[in-house]
Design a protein. Structure first.
Length: 156
């Protein structure tokens, strides 16, 4: 096969993989994303649904960067010391709604995340409220970086 054809097929493969990845991530209901975020309700929902793993003060579990005996990573912090702010709104929403393992499976990965999905327990608006609460605790630098990542993903 000529190098030109090989390059063309490789490019098409990359585009196809990107399209499958993008389609695997569910978008929040328009009604939820267009509704104002209620950070107070998000704080309450976080305490009820997330704090048992991610900590009452968003501090995460100890040694969250190290794989545990079960092969899973402990719950990371959602404060500035963690990596939550490194991800776009779409990724954060999908990870919360589907759960880590299911989202990874849809992307072709067998990563065994311990993060459960909350799509059957919380509405899209409630998930957005929780994420809004988490983001409201970040310093300006982290909020701006996360917003820029979200914007870049939406444009791309």
């Amino acid at each position: 096969m000529k190098p030109t054809y090989l390059a063309a097929f490789s490019s098409l493969g990359v585009i196809a993989i990107g399209a499958v990845w993008w389609l695997a991530i569910p978008a929040p209901d328009k009604s939820a994303s267009e509704t104002a975020i209620d950070t107070e309700r998000g704080r309450v929902l976080y305490a009820e649904n997330c704090a048992s793993c991610h900590g009452a003060d968003l501090e995460g579990q100890p040694n969250w960067r190290d794989t545990g005996p079960d092969g899973r990573l402990p719950a990371p912090p959602h404060d500035r010391s963690g990596h939550t702010w490194h991800h776009s709104d779409q990724i954060l929403f999908s990870y919360t709604k589907l759960g880590g393992k299911e989202l990874m499976r849809k992307q072709g990965s067998e990563f065994d995340s311990g993060m459960p999905g909350f799509g059957d327990k919380l509405t899209d608006q409630e998930i957005n409220d929780v994420l809004g609460f988490i983001k409201s605790t970040w310093p300006e630098r982290e909020r701006k970086a996360q917003a820029a990542r979200t914007e870049a993903e939406q444009e791309g």
